[in-house]
Design a protein around this ligand. Sequence first.
Ligand code: ADP
Length: 460
Amino acid sequence: MGKMQTVSILKNKLIILKRTVEDLDQQAKLIIRSDMKLKLYEQEIDDKMSKLSLIKNLIISSLHILDKDKLFFQINEKLVNDLGFKRSLLLDFNNLQPRVNIGFEKDEIQRVQNTLNHKREILRSNQLLDKNSEIYKQLFDALKTKDVLIAPIKIREQADSIFLVSNLILRTGIQKSEEEVFLIICMYLGQCLDNINLFEDLYHTKDNLEKKIKERTNELVKSLREIEVINKAKSDFISSVSHELRTPLTSVKGFSSLLVDEKFGKLPEKARERLMKIDDNVDKLMHIVNTLLDISRIESGKMEVKIAPFEITKIIKDLGDFLSPQLDAKKINLNLNLPGSLTVYMDKNLIERVLINLINNAIKFTPEEGSITVECKQQNSQAIVSVADTGYGISKEDLPKIFEEFYRVNNPAIRQIKGSGLGLSLVKRIIDTHKEKIWVESEVNKGTKFYFTLKVAENV
Ligand code: ADP
């Protein structure tokens, strides 16, 4: 191969080599460009991640806050810096007074207030303040920076505060992501304030309700005390009147009995008849006075109540025998529906009086040839005793009042039946002292059934 030929081959190779180097340079530039883009994306993703974690942290730290000041305390330097800014201001929407101030001088705040005064209506929307608006330009001048974000914090549709951040940490200009995060924070704070208001409303309602309940309870306690005082005065009065009456009545009774028995000599028939009526009425009066005394003794706790186990079926059977003259006089049939035996806790004398009063009433308020059923049933640890009759019955209006002292039903059918209206009052008090219940069911012209409970004495 000649020299010339070798030179030409080398030249060609040089050209190819140059092209290859140029290609390599192009590719290297491409790689560098791609790498730079990748870094930018990476930065963007990092930025977005840090903003997301900023929102997450704010939510976590404020989720259970139920106090406005504590919520505003969450807007601190770290939050503002994480947002990418150095300074922040939170103003009350109505009076423009600062609620939060991070990094602003007094005169700067004054300038912001002056700028916003009379023009804050523009901030009623949910939007960021428009960068082209006049007020935005005035804010630039007031704060001597163009890096400002400002938006309202709204509770439902009401603007509550104005939130402002300014002075970017990095001189890159405000990014879209910063605007978005700022708006999300404004909306979130608005939601938190709404929750706080709801909680406060609820708290106040509860507070008011509790206050009202307390007031009413105090009123009730006061009324109760007054009633207790009146009741005590009434009991004292009845008790002293009964005592005062008992002595002369006993003496009248003594004399009337002696006169009726003609111990002072024979009496004309008419005089004897009248004296017998007097004697009879004195008996009734003594009965009333004694019942009144018993009621007042029970009420004042002066009556000795001896509760002990007693076999009740035997007591009921004996009472049936004891009352047979009255039953026979009206041809009333007495049915006893009793268990073989049942022992209950009671004061024997007092429960006997309850049964006598109830059966006597049943006899009184049942027309001739009617029937009375006394029943005693055990239900778990309770004995339920009932006295039912087939008599005149008691109307629905009268039923709640029959246990009151001196209450007698105003029914023409039974008007001639004598009574004091005290029997059931005593019965109720006796059952109350046993801490038991008494109630009544009745239907006019069908009959009445009284029930009361006693505690069963097991294994006695
Ligand atoms: P009274 O001395 O009048 O019987 P009570 O206190 O025993 O007083 O009874 C009050 C009123 O209840 C009676 O006047 C009567 O109107 C009504 N009453 C009570 N028991 C019966 C009953 N078994 N049947 C109908 N009415 C009754």
